[in-house]
Design a protein. Structure first.
Length: 297
């Protein structure tokens, strides 16, 4: 196709021809939807009239949305911390057991099922029946059996614990992912380095804090960044278990309701734009960190 052109022109055009399919795919499935969402976010419910920033004002001032922002902040802090911490702990512990492969397979198993299925499983675990009635929920059955006289807890309704209960489900699912990534990085540490530290009199605690943790810091940041993004777009667990009721609303679930339940395309698009903007600082900080490490190297 470009052979009739001069050699110099061919040299300039050829790379773009190779990139054209990927750029076309990117434009159709990423850039156009993003721009269209931005356009819809300044339109009314039916996308007929321009309303300016009214949808954004609603998103940032509505009581339910403020609860969603608060809950996403809880997810961001607690889900990220416990998923990464337990993943790191399990990676270090399973590295020292005899049946390492079996232990890691068991811990990774929740990742093999869909998040909807995991949510259904845990919904049965949290199931609540009034006091005096036989408990069919595993957690309340164990609680009332071990502590007679203690009333069963409505885990998904009680405002003091329901968000924590949902975060526990997400941690249970994703800790296996953190384990696999961190375990692979742990395997990359030279065993002779660890052995030399032990010979020099370092305790296992000192080996972990002064050698293992600094070496794994880059991988930990990558895993933590992934968990932060997952926390910001948390949806499956909340939708299946509570549908955002009882003060468990999150941003993504509210966006779903505005789009499919209330049919308000403007507000749903504004929520989507804000959700996208919240991920930019996370990715920006991560990119700057990687560039700094490359500069040091």
């Amino acid at each position: 196709m470009i052979r009739p052109l001069p050699e110099k022109t061919q040299w300039k055009i050829r790379p773009w021809l190779w990139l054209a399919p990927a750029l076309g795919f990117l434009g159709v499935f990423l850039i156009y939807p993003a721009l269209n969402t931005l356009w819809l976010s300044v339109r009314d419910a039916r996308s007929e009239q321009f309303v300016g920033l009214a949808n954004y004002v609603f998103v940032l001032t509505d009581g339910t949305m403020l609860i969603a922002f608060r809950n996403n902040l809880l997810w961001l802090v607690f889900f990220t911390f416990f998923a990464v911490s337990f993943g790191l702990l399990m990676a270090v512990l399973t590295d020292r057991v005899r049946y390492e492969a079996l232990a890691k397979s068991v811990l990774f198993m929740p990742m093999a099922i869909s998040f909807v299925a995991a949510s259904v499983i845990w919904k049965f675990v949290y199931e609540f029946r009034p006091a005096g009635v036989s408990q069919i929920g595993l957690l309340n059955a164990v609680l009332t059996r071990l502590l007679p006289g203690v009333p069963p807890v409505a885990w998904l309704v009680n405002l003091a614990v329901n968000n924590v209960a949902l975060i526990v489900v997400a941690v249970w699912v994703w800790v296996g992912f953190c384990l696999v990534i961190l375990s692979a990085a742990l395997k990359g540490i030279d065993p002779q380095l660890l052995e030399a530290a032990r010979v020099d009199g370092c305790t296992e605690w000192q080996v972990f804090w002064r050698i293992i943790l600094p070496i794994l810091s880059t991988t930990i940041v990558v895993v933590a960044t992934t968990m932060v993004i997952l926390a910001l777009k948390a949806f499956d667990v909340v939708y299946v278990m509570t549908n955002g009721n009882f003060n468990t609303e999150v941003i993504a679930n509210r966006m779903y309701k505005e789009l499919f339940n209330f049919r308000h395309f403007g507000r749903a698009s504004a929520i989507a734009v804000i959700l996208f903007l919240t991920t930019i600082p996370v990715m920006g900080a991560n990119i700057r960190r990687f560039r700094g490490q490359e500069a040091v190297r």
